[in-house]
Design a protein. Structure first.
Length: 185
């Protein structure tokens, strides 16, 4: 069996949630400081020099939007990492449960080149019926992730908007429905 080594330094979900809150607070604080400087006719950062108040507000709203996109992308990437580590761990442990057996069979066919959506999630749905709705919601969020990861050059047809709070909730529901998956906290 191919020995993929797991990177232990990746950010976990709890850290990502806190990071998002801290960065959002930093952007909000920076915006307040800039508007205070404008009101006092003080020197403003070069990034907003010459902007109207409306343009400054738009600039910081854009920064918050980019933070939202980055946090969503990172959270969904971490969810994928947890699912892939779980898959490979079950293959290596050679468990006798039906899910582990299905993963081993998949590994015989594709080794480490399994697809998240077509392979891993399908097997989870086949072996854990009550996860179907959570997996469906997660697949919808993955479409958003694909759009983010591939440069956002097209207008996505997502069926809904995804805020960071939504992505956090979707991933939390997914892992609540997948028994014995370690690493999601």
């Amino acid at each position: 069996m191919n020995g993929v080594s797991f990177f232990e330094g990746r950010p976990r979900a709890s850290w990502l949630k806190q990071w998002h809150l801290e960065m959002r607070s930093a952007i909000d604080d920076r915006e307040l400081k800039v508007f205070e400087l404008i009101a006092q006719h003080g020197p403003v950062p070069d990034a907003v020099l010459g902007m109207t108040s409306g343009e400054v507000a738009h600039y910081f709203e854009g920064a918050r939007g980019e933070l939202e996109a980055a946090a969503c992308l990172m959270m969904l990437a971490e969810a994928e990492a947890v699912l892939r580590v779980d898959y490979l761990s079950r293959v290596r442990r050679k468990g006798k449960d039906p899910l582990s057996k299905a993963f081993r069979e998949l590994h015989k066919q594709k080794e480490d080149r399994v697809g998240l959506e077509r392979d891993l999630l399908d097997i989870w749905v086949d072996h854990q019926n009550d996860c179907r709705a959570a997996v469906s919601d997660f697949r919808g969020a993955l479409k958003f992730r694909h759009w983010l990861a591939h440069g956002r050059y097209w207008t996505p047809k997502l069926g809904r908007r995804y805020a960071v709070r939504d992505v956090f909730e979707i991933t939390e529901r997914l892992f609540a429905k997948l028994p014995d998956v370690a690493g999601w906290t």
